[in-house]
Every structure is written in C-alpha cells, then in structure tokens.
Design a binder for this molecule. Structure first.
Ligand code: GLV
Ligand code: MN
Ligand code: MN
Ligand code: MN
Length: 389
C-alpha cells in the first residue's frame, strides 16, 4: 500500500520526500486518501481545519475509535514518517473485515493536516487548530518561504479559511485515538521487538532568532566597520550546543535564512530556527532563556508543546494487546505527534511504534522492514478490536 505513494513528492536526486501541506504533492496524497476511503465504502469527511476522516460506522451518535497519522513530510524526509500510520490504519481495518468483525463502535481513519510544520513553521497545525490550542487568526497569518499566508494558500486550495478553529463537533466523534508511527530511534532494535508503545513525548518547541546587521560589500568594507549578523548567529549555534549538553537536553538549528544571500555581500539579516527538547521542561526553558538573553537577536516562540504522558491504563492495555505473550516495550520519545496534541486536549490517546533498523528519521534513509510493518498492522488491528468491544 505504500508503493502507490512512493513517487509522490519524491526528489529523484536524493530519494527524499518534499510534501508540504497544501502543495501539489499533498493534494495528490489527499486524493489517494479519498480513494482508499471510497474503495472501502467508508464515509469521507474533511473537517474545518482540513483534516481528513474516513468512517466505518456513524460516529455522530457515539464517539468512535480513531487511528491514523499524517501524509505531509519534512523537507527531504523519508517514506514512513506519517504515511506508515495512515496506510497501516486502512490495512488494519481490512484485517478486521477479514476476521469477520463488526465493531460495536464506529472506527475512523484520520489524516491530520500539516503535522511537520515544514511550510508554515508550526507543527501539528491540523490537530492544534482542531483542539483550539492554535488560534485561527495566528494560523491564517503564518507565511511560507515565498511569503504566501496560510489564508492565501487555503483560498488557492479551494478551502474557506474563515472556518478554521476549534471544532467540538469533530472532536466529539473521537472517543479514543491510536497513532501508529515508525520509531525515530533504535530502542526497539535494542529490545529485539518489532512493535512498541509510547510512554511520553518530551516537551519541545521552536523559536525564531532574527539577527539584524548591515548589508555591505564583501571586498571593500573593512573588518572594523562591519555589522555582520552571521557572527552572533554562529555564536548562538555553538552556545545552543554547549548549553544543551550542560543541561542534558537537545537543541538543533536546522533552518537558516540569510538575506539578501549574496556570496559577495555581508548579510543584512540572518534568521535561524532553534528546536529544543528534553525530558525536563525547566531545563529546555532555561536553555532558550539563556540563548535569548545572550544573543543580539529578536526572538519569537513559534510553537511550544508541553510534556505528554500518555495515560497509563490505556498504554498498558495497548502493550498487553500488541505484545502477544510478553507486553510490548513502553518507550519515551523526543518526537512530536498529533496523538500528543489530542492527549493534551483530553482525548484518550496512545501510540504504537514500529521498529526502525537504523533509527534514522526525517531523512531519506528512514526505513522499516516489511515484516515489522506487517507486525505493526496486526498489532494495530488487535488493539482496535480490543478497543471496539
Ligand atoms: C515532528 O516529527 C517533530 O517531532 O518535529
Ligand atoms: Mn516527523
Ligand atoms: Mn510523524
Ligand atoms: Mn512528528
């Protein structure tokens, strides 16, 4: 089932995927989702925030059990982060049908919009809007690299942007949410198990640092006369690394914009995006506060996600059901997910992880073995069957 998606948004030069929200690739993936829903006779709905839902049974009377993930990607991402969860959701429904099961509760497959935040900077945009933790006015004003606002992009995509925002009617259909995801680490390799369960998601955030300087000629401006924002930017990157190591957290500057971007000119502006995460929220906050204080930059928080501790009874139930004879291992993660946003909003939520032999993710080298993906589908079907009783 992943194969028909393999060409969509793929960069032939690298093998990586570029699937920004609302891009042509994303629209093609959405069409694929609609097709899979249609082939199975599921009831397809697009909510006010662009999230797609495919229902087996009618959740208007009684909240359902929902599974799924996202189809967008980081820039130059792998084939599994997101799509594995959506494909496995459809496959698990097929397996339930093969087993002759008629679920006592409605079962839904969801595709959340713009989980990675690759285009507008805020991750889990679809689930944040749905649950009301992101204000629609702020979302609509976010811009992509070409300066288009989300409002512009939605209009071009034929969506009426003024409808964005907290959607209690849709939320009320979600009794329980289970997201299957490729593991973004090697814990399951070390455990020797194909499938695990999420314990917690580290608190994490993104901040934009704008370093302003004075653009000038690279050849004729004496060193003493320069106001070069590249220098404090470089110091911030090194300070982030050192400060993170001191506090046992992680910090990354993975995106930088240099303006105007001439090889033969001192830049006038360097914008850098800091991603910081860790088990201890206070340590992450302290790192960012220190960097913001030391750097001669204007600093803006683009997103913050508090710690998510998935509810113990539900995750233990999953570990039992998904693990077979021995409960599946329960693992913390430093990656963000829509399941975390829903859990924080009070929706009983849980996650299954599928082994990743190298642990590499957010890269074209991301991988999962076919047999492990199949084990993930079986585990997900077992979990859905159990939760639908
Ligand atoms: C998304 O995958 C994130 O954790 O940044
Ligand atoms: Mn991701
Ligand atoms: Mn993901
Ligand atoms: Mn993620």
């Amino acid at each position: 089932m992943l194969e028909p998606l393999a060409h969509i948004g793929r960069d032939p030069a690298t093998g990586g995927y570029v699937r920004d929200a609302w891009s042509a690739a994303d629209m093609e993936l959405r069409e694929w989702f609609a097709g899979e829903a249609g082939r199975r006779g599921l009831d397809l709905r697009e909510d006010r925030n662009g999230n797609l839902w495919a229902w087996w049974g009618d959740p208007s009377g009684r909240p359902g059990v929902v599974t799924g993930s996202h189809l967008d990607s980081v820039r130059q991402g792998g084939a599994y982060d997101g799509p594995l969860g959506v494909v496995s959701a459809f496959a698990a429904l097929d397996l339930l049908k093969e087993r002759g099961i008629t679920p006592a509760r409605p079962v839904g497959v969801v595709c959340f919009t713009d989980e990675e935040g690759a285009r507008f900077g805020v991750p889990c945009m679809g689930s944040r809007l749905l649950t009301g933790v992101l204000a629609p006015e702020r979302a609509l004003a976010l811009t992509d690299d070409s300066g288009d606002t989300l409002a512009d992009v939605l209009t071009k995509a034929g969506r009426a942007p003024y409808e964005l925002g907290r959607d209690d009617e849709t939320l009320a259909t979600v009794g329980t949410f289970v997201e299957l995801h490729v593991e973004q680490g090697q814990a399951l390799v070390h455990e020797g198990r194909p499938v695990g369960v999420a314990a917690a998601i580290w608190p994490h955030g993104r901040w934009r640092f704008d370093f302003h300087g004075r653009a000038d000629h690279a050849g004729t401006t004496r060193l003493a006369d320069r106001d070069d924002p590249m220098l404090p930017f470089a110091r911030m990157v090194l300070a982030a690394r050192a400060g993170a190591a001191r506090r046992d957290v992680v910090a990354t500057v993975g995106k930088v914009r240099v303006a105007p971007g001439n090889a033969n000119a001192i830049p006038g502006l360097v914008s850098a995006w800091l991603d910081a995460r860790g088990a201890d929220e206070a340590a992450v906050r302290a790192l960012v506060a220190e960097l913001a204080e030391e750097a001669p930059a204007t600093v803006r928080e683009e997103s913050w996600t508090p710690v998510v501790d998935f509810a113990v009874p539900l995750r233990e139930r999953l570990a039992r059901v998904a693990g077979g004879d021995t409960p599946a291992p329960v693992l913390p993660t430093g990656a963000g997910h829509d399941a975390g946003i829903l859990a924080t909003a009070g929706v009983p939520s849980a996650m299954l992880f599928v082994r990743n032999p190298t642990g590499v993710s957010h890269s074209p080298d991301e991988h999962a073995e076919r047999a492990d993906c199949e084990a993930g589908v079986v585990a997900l079907a077992d979990v859905l069957e159990d939760l639908c009783r």
